[in-house]
Design a protein around this ligand. Structure first.
Ligand code: R1P
Ligand code: URA
Length: 390
């Protein structure tokens, strides 16, 4: 398993698509029995061409409709699975998915899919059952040695694992079916940059099926998650606490999904002593004291973890850059600080007890010792991924 952290020394343009305030929910579906529960999935998929829609100003309408029709979760899951097949077929007929949002009724685990310039479908997740079953079978054949590992004996004994910040639970969702094919994870600071990135990935991977080529938002706050084919993309917010919480849940998600041979890449902006637009491939994250380690107080004791990154991935990425030949690429260390303003010697924060000269001396010394980049997440990212065999 390979791991690397790359930093882009340039600012990325963020472009979020405007979405309509109007959701166009599926016209009152028939009863759950009529639309999938107890019926064979194929017949539901075939029915998709006949789906009819009506306009509504309220996204809640679909939730209410489903809530009335479906008193318990289990029928809902079946309905949602049926709807996934319908969705797959509908995507063939329509133009593609534009946006996904969660139902305001969390317990229903319902999502609303807004179809570009068209009607909305609702679904529990984004794969049809045929694909999901095939993938689940395939996953059973995966060798265990490349699976994501957790260093926590408690998880395996838990009946249910709730990933609170992602609003996902192992008791209501089939993680292997939803995420088992993930091979690459990109983590980025902001929602919008991540959104732009995954759209770029979708185009680059050139998925033929419109549904597959459109990124899928699984959850939108506080971390946004998108998946396109084997690539999962997550936003992590700012600083060690934010990315650490996200990584606990992300790595558990990969573990529950039985993902194997996963590469996780942190993409961000910064760079010191470099021309603008250069790319830094990071091979070691260091703390503000320039040590290759991450220190954390755990139950009053300092716990120290290594922050080495994957050595194999560095030359691979370097080669990619050489093949592209579009920007300068360097290999260097990334320093991780706890604070942006004082922690990195900025002169424009609320507090500043040093001079421009002090700042330049600090940055120069850091650069001389091999630091090409400053971040606020890199050390915990490297430490946690290392420990989990990523
Ligand atoms: O490069 P991005 O993701 O913007 O992240 C950097 O910007 C934030 C500070 O403004 C920190 O999270 C730092 O790591
Ligand atoms: O100077 C910078 C730029 C981006 N991110 C940081 O943490 N520092």
């Amino acid at each position: 398993m390979i791991l690397c952290l790359a930093a882009i020394a340039m600012s990325c343009e963020c472009s979020l698509e405007e979405t309509s305030d109007y959701f166009i929910p599926m016209k009152t579906r028939k009863s759950p029995d009529e639309c999938g529960v107890g019926a064979d999935w194929n017949s539901v998929a075939c029915d998709a061409g006949d789906l009819s829609f009506e306009l509504s100003e309220e996204a809640a309408l679909i939730s209410r409709t489903c809530e009335e029709q479906i008193p318990a979760l289990q029928p809902l899951k079946k309905l949602a699975q049926a709807l996934d097949l319908a969705l797959a077929a509908a995507v063939e007929l329509l133009v593609g998915l534009q946006e996904v949002t969660r139902s305001p009724h969390d317990h229903l685990d319902l999502q609303l899919f807004k179809v570009r310039d068209g009607p909305t479908l609702c679904s529990c997740h984004t794969e049809n059952m045929v694909t999901a079953e095939a993938r689940a079978k395939e996953l059973k054949n995966y060798p265990n040695d490349c699976l994501v590992q957790l260093s926590n004996p408690n998880i395996v004994t838990m009946k249910e694992d709730v990933l609170y910040d992602f609003s996902l639970s192992t008791s209501t969702l089939e993680f292997p079916a939803m995420f088992g094919d993930v091979k690459f994870v990109s983590v980025l600071g902001s929602h919008s940059r991540m959104n732009s990135f995954i759209k770029y990935v979708a185009v680059e991977l050139a998925f033929g099926h419109p549904g597959m080529s459109t990124p899928t938002s699984v959850y939108d706050c506080p971390h946004a998650m998108y998946k396109v084919g084997p690539v999962l993309s997550m936003s992590h917010g700012m600083g060690i606490p934010s990315i650490a919480i996200m990584l606990h849940e992300l790595i558990k998600l990969l573990y529950h999904a039985r993902c194997s041979k996963v590469t996780i890449v942190h993409i961000s902006t910064s760079g010191i002593g470099l021309e603008s637009g250069s790319v830094v491939i990071n091979w070691q994250a260091v703390g503000a004291c320039l040590k290759v380690e991450f220190q954390q107080l755990v139950l009053e004791k300092w716990v120290v973890q290594s922050t080495d990154l994957d050595e194999q991935l560095v030359p691979e990425l370097l080669q990619c850059s050489a093949d592209l030949s579009e920007f300068t690429t360097v290999v260097g260390h990334t320093m991780c600080t706890l604070d942006f303003y004082e922690g990195q010697g900025h002169l424009d924060g609320v507090l500043c007890f040093y001079t421009e000269k002090d700042k330049q001396a600090y940055l120069k010394a850091a650069h001389t010792s091999g630091i090409s980049n400053i971040k606020m997440e890199s050390s915990v990212f490297a430490a946690m991924c290392n420990t989990c065999g990523l």
